[in-house]
Design a protein around this ligand. Sequence first.
Ligand code: FAD
Length: 476
Amino acid sequence: MRSLSQLSAFCLAAASLVAANSSGGSACRTRNVDVAVVGGGASGAYAAVRLKEDYKKKVVLIEKEKRLGGHVAEYNDPVTGIRFEYGVSQFNDYGPARAFFQRLGVTPGAPRRNPLTQQFVDFKSGARVNYTAAAAADTAAAFQKFLAAVAPFEEYILPGYWDFPPPGRIPADLLLPFSQFVKKYDIYAAALTIFEVTGFGAGDWDHALTLYLLSTFPHPMIRAFVGNGTLFVPETQRNQDVYDAIQVHLKDEVLYNSTVEKSDRKPNGHTLWVRDSFGGGCTIIQAKKLILAIEPTPANMKPFELDAKEQGVFSKFKYMVVHVGLLTHPSLPLGGSLVNLPPAAANSYLALPKPTLIPRFDHLGLNATVFRSMVIGNGSLSVAQAQGQVTSSINALIAAGSLPSPGSGGIQFKAWSNHGYMHAHFSADDIRKGYIQKLYGLQGHRGTWWTGGAFSMQLQAVLWAFDDVLLDRMYG
Ligand SMILES: Cc1cc2nc3c(=O)[nH]c(=O)nc-3n(C[C@H](O)[C@H](O)[C@H](O)COP(=O)(O)OP(=O)(O)OC[C@H]3O[C@@H](n4cnc5c(N)ncnc54)[C@H](O)[C@@H]3O)c2cc1C
């Protein structure tokens, strides 16, 4: 394989249209566009459609996978033919979401519900936990209180932090660790539900700020829990349909299996050297503007050669790592949800497991024996480590008698997604030093614009609304 410098030197030399590369065979194309978007997940794919269709811009979307959709994940069981969704599960009826479905020709429907019987167990010791779940009426009342308590902050954080208060004027509640916020507003009865929904994002509530909790469980989600907000999916129950429809709208504007190998970013125009990991071909993109819709992790940012201003902001981010897998195991209860809680949960709604953690094992129904499990870590967490944690948790539950013996059967992983780094967040100190404003100060810097979870929330509909603001600022 040729080195990057050889490739780049060659591609630069091919200043006009097409030239042969040093392997003598394939061609290095050039493409001139108004906007190059990197990352075809929720935020990048939506931005590309709007740029093409509403702003009439020439656009190219660079996506490293062979499909669009990011965290959407499905598994088609080759034996039973059953399809399981194990990534994104639903869309909030927020901002442009419903109209966007309509534009795509995707009919919305109610998400299929799969009622499960909960059992509370400690995944470390394997022992049952004598946890008494709050009564439904108390939980509903706690959610109402939660919504009322965070209502004043909506304008600061949704659909992004464009109007976040400057240091010195940040509401103290937003920087409270979420466990203290729960105590202050006496919303204990909502704690387990919030944890179950955000368990994969917010980590340890003794440290996770309320602001950060709200980025994984923002106002539209709270409204859905108080019966004042709708959740929907494609009526086919297949979330990938949304992104397959985007693919149809964008046609040849997407470069799949592609990553940027090198870039030259200038305020008035960019050159991107893009490599197709399948065919090995390269495309040189000349773009007037650039939107980066990928997590700004050091690995992702390497080809974009961050300057000191960009590096100074992104180096402050802390991340969580998220894995989701599908598995079978003869001991796991059909129709059941095993909820992981520490023994202290018997006496406190705020006693919750801390990362690295598995929130639950959930049976997925559909007349199959498949269970879904997440594994959440603070730092790096390999697939082997995550799967090892699942296996040892089930073994502990069997050894403690909380699950029956599997006989001669054992664990089988059917599918696994390493969602990698997500849930970028700053410390309270950095927020007090103005890092949210510094983050937003990067918009337009070096002709580069930013979208995605790190700049807004971890919710697709909110990201689409965020993009609306972003595009308006780019071209308004
Ligand atoms: C398990 C799970 C369940 C979820 N459930 C829901 C849900 O039910 N509802 C909801 O609204 N949200 C849900 N979310 C959150 C939602 O998926 C995210 O908030 C959203 O996808 C983030 O969008 P994004 O554009 O920032 O990133 P992503 O959607 O992750 O998109 C990034 C894209 O960039 C591509 N990419 C990455 N690196 C590169 C590179 N170097 N070059 C080119 N391409 C690259 C990736 O392949 C991906 O397609 C869930 C997330 C997870 C992990």
